[in-house]
Design a protein around this ligand. Structure first.
Ligand SMILES: C[S@@+](CC[C@H](N)C(=O)[O-])C[C@H]1O[C@@H](n2cnc3c(N)ncnc32)[C@H](O)[C@@H]1O
Length: 344
């Protein structure tokens, strides 16, 4: 059992760091077939081998023995990166100090990678209330209790009652677990699983007309709670520029902004009442360049438009295709090209 846990962790850390078995074998001065057997949990490794592997992977020995962490997004989010995960992971740097994700959304990449040290941010206050609840025992229990209440009371009428809570002038003074539970419930019960607000900032997605709604997965919630309590994760709710101010040489920043609108198409940018247009994309490209000049490792994803390619022409542009998941116009679902841009 312990051999399997160790082997599986070695494999996961090796893949996260973009290393092949051959490279790990050279770094540890161990035969490649032996590495393969270790990863399959078929070898009773010596202390010396454990030390060499932990040095090569630059990972604390204790982490090589901890049970597998498997975290998933707790909301469905427009522009969520579940589809592109494997491509993003391949293009991530193999080593970095602190992980930054200034447009975290549902955190598909962040949760999959579950770094030891990170700064996550989103300008969506309701979403960040939810992330904050995972950090604290009391807030976490209250969040689950509220979600169970929503599940029990769910109906068409109830959905619209909860949806209209943000029209109350005292809404922002409510305890954060109430706001977080409202966001998660609406996200699960609404049409197409989405968070969208109108120009006044009010949530405006119609009901998904579901008879029953399941708002959370207990195992995933517990894993998220343990992760946020035990790792060094800073949650922010500011503009992206502010969120990366503390990034320094050797840190890694992943930018996943609202998409640039492809020529002749509509694109979803209504995460908040302030939309993310061309000027914001230009401002972001300036922040990207500043970080790059500081020696920060930077990765960014966006649509493959001529505007984006021009903004990042001095960097490495990888074109990938992705299946768009959230679009009210059924004809808009399908394959669309995206770019992943790196400065390394
Ligand atoms: C494409 S989504 C990110 C999706 C995310 N990677 C995921 O896996 O779900 C873009 C996010 O940027 C946030 N956002 C928009 N403008 C922002 C700004 N100026 N600063 C920080 N976050 C912003 C939105 O609230 C939205 O959650």
């Amino acid at each position: 059992m312990i051999q399997e846990v160790f082997g599986n962790n070695v494999k996961q850390f090796r893949i996260q760091r973009g290393m092949s078995q051959d490279i790990l074998a050279v770094k540890c001065e161990i035969d490649r077939p032996q590495i393969s057997k270790i990863e399959q949990g078929k070898v009773n490794v010596t202390l010396d081998t454990i030390q060499r592997i932990s040095d090569a992977l630059k990972v604390d020995i204790r982490q090589l023995f901890s049970p597998k962490i498997d975290l998933h997004p707790f909301v469905k989010w427009a522009g969520g990166k579940t589809q592109l995960l494997e491509k993003l992971k391949k293009l991530m740097p193999s080593e970095y100090d602190c992980y930054f994700e200034p447009f975290v959304g549902s955190g598909a990449l962040f949760l999959n990678v579950h770094p030891e040290k990170a700064v996550i941010n989103d300008s969506n206050t309701e979403l960040m209330c939810a992330y904050d609840c995972f950090k604290d025992d009391y807030l976490f229990e209250q969040l689950k209790a509220e979600l169970k209440e929503h599940e029990e009371h769910h109906s068409e009428e109830y959905y619209y009652e909860i949806r209209s809570m943000d029209k109350d002038e005292n809404f922002l003074s409510l305890p954060i677990y109430i706001r977080a539970a409202r966001l998660i419930y609406l996200n699960k019960a609404c049409f197409n699983g989405l968070y969208r607000v109108n120009s006044k900032g009010y949530f405006n997605v119609p009901s998904g007309k579901k008879a029953k709604v399941k708002t959370f997965d207990e195992n995933n919630f517990v894993a998220l709670h343990n992760f946020f309590k035990n790792k060094k994760i800073v949650n922010l709710c500011v503009d992206f520029d502010e969120a990366v101010k503390s990034a320094k040489q050797g840190d890694f920043v992943y930018f996943d902004p609202p998409y640039d609108t492809p020529e002749n198409k509509n694109s979803f940018t209504s995460y908040s009442k302030d939309s993310f247009g061309k000027e914001e994309q230009i401002r972001l490209a300036e922040v990207y360049k500043k970080l790059s000049n500081k020696g920060v490792l930077v990765m960014l994803s966006n649509h493959n438009t001529s505007f984006i390619r021009e903004l990042y022409k001095d960097f490495n542009i990888h074109v990938v295709s992705a299946k768009r998941m959230i679009n009210s116009d059924a004809s808009g679902r399908g394959l669309i090209e995206e770019v992943i841009i790196t400065n390394y």
